[in-house]
Design a binder for this molecule. Structure first.
Ligand code: HEC
Length: 87
């Protein structure tokens, strides 16, 4: 019984932790790609508690690209094009 509870709790926690860790990965990916404009969560989100619905101009652009490219996930490398077009 106890084991089951621990397992379920673990699975639930993993599910909750997923999006945030994926986003932390986004920040790191940008750093690795040399996209210096992305500094933290606020670079793509407006809210103190980031979610899918508080995306700023950059975040919305990424979502539009995801749609246009029919990609499963946002690719941080796209941002190079975004910032290149801003120069
Ligand atoms: C480079 C831009 C960018 C950065 C930086 C970024 N996010 Fe996001 N975030 C997005 C985009 C775009 C989505 C929507 C992703 C999708 O639906 O494919 C998103 C979605 C999310 C979601 C909703 C996930 C879901 O699947 O419902 C959360 C929560 C989130 N971000 C938190 C964060 C946190 C916390 C940070 C900082 C560690 C962060 N984000 C940094 C662009 C970013």
């Amino acid at each position: 019984m106890r084991k089951t509870t621990t397992l379920l709790l673990g699975a639930a926690l993993a599910a909750i932790a997923m999006p945030a860790s994926a986003s932390a990965k986004m920040v790191k990916q940008c750093k690795d790609l040399g996209i210096t404009e992305i500094k933290n969560c606020a670079s793509c989100h407006n809210d103190k508690k980031p979610s899918k619905t508080d995306l700023n101009e950059v975040g919305k652009w990424l979502m539009a690209q995801k749609e246009a490219r029919k990609a499963a996930d946002c690719d941080m490398a796209w941002l190079k094009e975004y910032y290149a077009s801003k120069k």
